[in-house]
Design a protein around this ligand. Structure first.
Ligand code: CP
Ligand code: NVA
Length: 307
């Protein structure tokens, strides 16, 4: 039976850790110019209903490196953008390709796509989750520390990144503290599910108000934009609401230990993070961005076949 990659909740910790190890191996092999065409002859449709730099380029080049063929499908250019339904798109594409990656809006859209597609569906970001980014982040954490026995502080909006991090941390036994302003917390059902998983892995999962509480003892401070794609109209209002949630030198220093800075990118300097932190020696953002390539290849191998 096909298995989709929609959220980290749907996968076992063993499978996810194995994918990270595959990503680490593929990265080392890339540096040595070793290429395996494990997806030779396979095709991946990539539907984008929102813009993208990293997700598009990592999947597209990753597919190329694995010997497969990626098709970039902007929703403006396919009939989906003119009102063809998701379920009809799913069944049509399934007759041509071996996998579908989609970046879309409501999470229910990707669930419907996965229900009607007979090929595996990969989540390239929805309003609620961005699991591919967290896989690259987990790979980055593993590379820096050699283990997952760490604490992550997520500062800002309880958005798709924060929610994916709750599931990821719970699965990997990582302690996580998410600090968000009132009304912008992660959804309760996501928090509850993450807490339930955490009971089996020992992860400490908490939602707090004060960023200074969240960062205590943190090995990694993570942030994301204050206004996500689709929230452009709220941008100015959010600047005021989130003003105390900026990751700056003072917050980085408040962990009481050496702390690395992470961001999924794109970043807005002077808003969610200051220039000095983003460009500083503790910032590991380019490793995260690079690891999108290797982590995405590992995910494609897992769901589309190949070693
Ligand atoms: N982090 C991330 O998904 O970046 P893009 O929006 O550029 O794909
Ligand atoms: N929360 C951001 C993530 C971008 C990768 C957004 O959805 O726009």
């Amino acid at each position: 039976m096909k298995k989709d990659f929609l959220t980290l909740r749907d996968w076992s910790a063993e499978d996810l850790k194995e994918m990270i190890q595959t990503a680490v191996r593929l990265k080392a092999e890339n540096k040595n110019n070793v290429r395996h065409h494990h997806l030779e002859g396979k095709k991946l449709a990539m539907i984008f209903e929102k813009p993208s730099t990293r997700t598009r380029v990592s999947f597209e080049t990753g597919m190329y490196e694995l010997g497969g063929y990626p098709l970039y499908l902007s929703s403006n250019d396919i009939q989906l953008g003119r009102g063809e339904t998701i379920k009809d798109t799913a069944r049509t594409l399934s007759r041509y390709v071996d996998g579908i990656m989609i970046r879309t809006k409501g999470h229910e859209i990707i669930e419907e796509l996965a229900q009607y597609a007979s090929v595996p569906v990969i989540n390239g970001l929805t309003d609620d989750f961005h699991p591919c980014q967290v896989m690259a982040d987990l790979q980055t954490i593993y590379e820096y520390k050699g283990h997952y026995n760490v604490k992550v502080a997520f500062i800002g909006d309880g958005n798709n990144m924060a929610q994916s991090w709750l599931y990821g941390a719970a699965k990997f036994g990582i302690d996580i503290s998410v600090a968000s302003p009132e009304g912008y917390e992660c959804k309760k059902h996501v928090y509850d599910e993450a807490r339930k998983t955490a009971e089996t892995t020992g992860a400490k999962i908490e939602l707090v108000r004060d960023p200074y509480d969240a960062v205590k003892g943190a090995d990694f401070i993570y942030t994301d934009v204050w206004a996500s794609m689709g929230q452009e109209a709220e941008k100015e209002a959010r600047k005021k609401i989130f003003k105390d949630y900026q990751v700056n030198a003072a917050l980085m220093a408040a962990t009481g230990k050496e702390t690395l800075f992470m961001h999924c990118l794109p970043a807005y300097r002077g808003l969610e993070v200051t220039e000095d932190v983003l460009e500083g020696s503790m910032s590991i953002i380019w490793d995260e961005a690079e690891n999108r390539l290797h982590a995405q290849k590992a995910i494609m191998l897992k769901v589309m076949g190949g070693k």
